[in-house]
Design a protein around this ligand. Sequence first.
Ligand SMILES: Nc1ncnc2c1ncn2[C@@H]1O[C@H](COP(=O)(O)OP(=O)(O)O)[C@@H](O)[C@H]1O
Ligand SMILES: CSC[C@H]1O[C@H](OP(=O)(O)O)[C@H](O)[C@@H]1O
Length: 395
Amino acid sequence: MALAKEKIYEPLNEDSAVVLVKDLGLFEKEILLECEEIGDGNLNLVFRIADRLNNKSVIIKQALPYAKVVGESWPLTLQRAQIEADALKIYHQHTPNLVPKVHYTNNDLAVTIMEDLSHLKITRSGLIEGESYPLLSGHIGEFLAKSLFYTSDYYLTPPAKKALAKKFYNPELCKITEDLVFTDPFFNSETNEFEEELTDDVQKLWNDLVLKLEAAKLKKSFLTEGEALIHGDLHTGSIFSSNEETKVIDPEFAFFGPIGFDIGQFFANLLFQIISDTGKEKIILDHISNTWNSFQTIYSDLWLSESHEKYTRVEGYLDYVLKKCLQDAIGFAGCELIRRTIGLAHVQDLDGIPSFDKRLQAKRNSLSLGREMIVHRADFQEISGFIDYLRTFQF
Ligand SMILES: Nc1ncnc2c1ncn2[C@@H]1O[C@H](COP(=O)(O)OP(=O)(O)O)[C@@H](O)[C@H]1O
Ligand SMILES: CSC[C@H]1O[C@H](OP(=O)(O)O)[C@H](O)[C@@H]1O
């Protein structure tokens, strides 16, 4: 089967994935290849293809025409593969050390072939197993600063930015976030999933009009503020780590959105490690603080040295942008805490807590912290105030 030449979409299997990489000349025709489907995410197929003899391997990621986690009843655009590959290529220009290298893309097949990162570990799993990844927050702060600055109006000319934003028109994937992060968990929606024992807590949340008003404002920001190219799904399952390296993967939700969103998603998914009471409070708080500080330092340097926008020289403008970004990030993080607790697509940090009682308590804590972060986000002027608040929060 000359899949690459015919360009007719069909989902790959372990045999056709091998045919594809050989057709493309990525491996010799005669070589013995091992292929395994390793996708553990909610949406796509992922194959690892290895030539053991020559110690060479690649990853093929292929979009399915539906959301894998739900099935064929939830159709989903194949175009997300192109968005993901294009975002990875842009990230590679600015932070080549922090993303996998893309070897090949085929939009008809919805396929991206990329560097195999199997020597690293998915950060969520590593953190759950007790790793602390000392370089993680510095690396993610750099990734955020560069990706969010170089794709913004502060760096690009307005026509160039608009042309790029057009390329990242991603309505179907945005709709998933608009529904699953910003809407469904705050209402009695069919997609929600939670333990019966949490019913009273969840009802209270659904009746909380102060919370709902603030969630509405955050959703409005997500819907309307096209500040820069955001990853759109920067949780700890979208990051590979070791003690030396960090690599961001899976930007299929990328679009032009508010710059606090990626930061907030990363904060929330770190916070699950405190909420699940793993004894890592100091490590995680240091990571949150250091993510912000390295983001702020690098972003500010770029703003001062590389911006073409005249207003960036006006005193107070950078402080305004950064403060809004921090407050938005705290609010977005609150939404992520709530959605991963009672909405669709939970996290192993919480669902994997072995004791039922402790699991319920952690989920209650996640809901109450999420609520407080959404409602009180405007109280935080600096990251240090947010860290102090987290330190004294009654988990
Ligand atoms: N470049 C890569 N190298 C090694 N493993 C990968 C790579 N990309 C993805 N994977 C594996 O596949 C899994 C799912 O990938 P992901 O991009 O998160 O898919 P989805 O979009 O379905 O969430 C990851 O958790 C990881 O185990
Ligand atoms: C129906 S998609 C649910 C959820 O899945 C995505 O995560 P991932 O692709 O990393 O598994 C994203 O977070 C969506 O909100």
